[in-house]
Write a protein that binds this ligand. Structure first.
Ligand code: SF4
Length: 399
């Protein structure tokens, strides 16, 4: 029997937002602050978290991430209750504990409740300060509130915060984007995510395209301009869309990119548990319907819910088995997002072959094009711009 405690990160999904952004494809429902479902949500999340820890025998949780949706819509009191409940079920203090917030609800009381409850890092949804761009996609919150909230986050968390920016928004051009980045840099975030707007199927934006959206090649150019600006300001790209100051990378997300165990709790959350010996994984995905999920939790007695968490139990959770080819594809898909590439030692341990043995043709072809790093199997700075065609080659090769 192993003496090493079983290690898994924790992701908690808060499925509520103050509004609905037109490009959003995350699971969330608009809810006012007095929505009674938020109180029931906290109890159910804690029950579900406790059950998952017990089920998988988790003895170590290196990172926790509360995302959404918009966790800050919970308000300070509910957040205090959630954090207190998590502290009681976590096996120890995680090395990194992040909470996502949006400006309209990230007030001083909420941020201080996070700090007091053990949160070490905030992720703030900025996207853009430019009002026409925000309005065009129905982004909740006003740009002018952003500066106030950025100041507060920096006061309470120092540089231990991340800010999301978006390129390719309607009415955005280079001057607007660079102005957004400059405004953000005033608050010295340790971490910045620079996302390119994508029109995902099923979103409002896909149904009602905006004429003010920049054409695709201009959107790409904008993102590259943003990347260059961030790098010149001292932020190092360490993933396709993520940049940080030294030592400020997001450890939780790195665990995803390296396909290390994590547990998902809350409506639409998913988690993956890896069996390195067998080269397989088990994925659990919680029902993406907050009302059905809450009803299942409330109709089950706590004891029943704890005993029957699987697909056949009262709380709807689907389970999927990842066989070695499926897990290898995911490991490659996630790993090549990261500038260090997939973890070579973990890959060999998991699949009994090296990356060079698994995808020799793709690595040779992309190395010849000068788009791989010299020192390891990873895309270089230019190569990351072609991640999707690279992955198509990789997937074609692994079958
Ligand atoms: S705030 Fe975030 S999660 Fe909520 S609707 Fe907008 S993009 Fe989606």
């Amino acid at each position: 029997m192993s003496l090493v405690p079983f290690c898994a990160s924790l992701y908690v999904h808060i499925p509520f937002c103050a509004g609905a952004c037109d490009y959003c494809d995350f699971y969330s429902v608009p809810a006012p602050p007095n929505d009674g479902r938020m109180d029931a949500l906290i109890d159910a999340l804690l029950l579900e978290g406790e059950e998952r820890f017990r089920r998988y025998g988790v003895g170590q949780v290196p990172t926790v991430y509360i995302g959404g949706g918009t966790p800050s819509v919970l308000g300070a009191d509910r957040m205090t209750r959630l954090l207190g409940g998590l502290a009681a079920i976590l096996p120890g203090q995680p090395g990194e504990f992040t909470v996502e917030v949006n400006p309209e609800s990230a007030d001083r009381a909420f941020l201080e409740a996070c700090r007091a409850g053990g949160v070490s890092r905030i992720s703030l949804g900025v996207q853009s300060f430019h009002e026409p761009s925000r309005r065009a996609v129905h982004r909740v919150g006003e740009g002018r509130l952003l500066t106030e909230r950025l100041k507060l986050v920096a006061e309470i968390f120092g540089d231990n915060f991340s800010a999301d920016l978006m390129t390719g928004l309607p009415f955005q051009h280079e001057k607007v984007l660079l102005n957004d980045i400059e405004k953000l840099l005033v608050y010295k975030p340790g971490h910045i995510s620079l996302y390119s707007l994508t029109v995902e199927e099923g979103t409002v934006l896909a149904v009602r395209p905006r004429s003010a959206l920049p054409p695709a090649d201009e959107a790409d150019r904008l993102w590259i301009r943003g990347r260059d600006f961030l790098e010149a300001a001292g932020y190092e790209q360490y993933e396709v869309s993520n940049f940080s100051l030294p030592g400020k990378q997001c450890r939780h997300n790195i665990r995803y990119w390296r396909m290390e165990n994590w547990i998902g709790v809350g409506p639409a959350a998913s988690g993956t548990i890896i069996d390195d010996e067998a080269g397989t994984g088990r994925r659990h995905t919680v029902c993406p319907d907050v009302d059905a999920w809450l009803a299942a939790h409330s109709s089950a007695t706590a004891a029943t819910a704890l005993r029957s968490p699987g697909a056949s139990g009262p709380v709807p959770v689907t389970e999927e088995f990842l066989d070695p080819p499926a897990l290898m594809k995911e490991t490659l898909l996630m790993g090549f997002r990261y500038t260090n590439g997939p973890d070579a030692a973990a890959f060999r341990r998991r699949f009994r072959c090296t990356l060079e043995e698994a995808i020799p043709q793709s690595l040779a072809a992309w190395r010849n094009r000068g788009l791989l790093r010299q020192d390891r199997a990873a895309l270089n700075r230019d190569g990351l711009l072609f991640l999707n065609p690279f992955l198509l080659d990789v997937f074609g090769e692994v079958g």
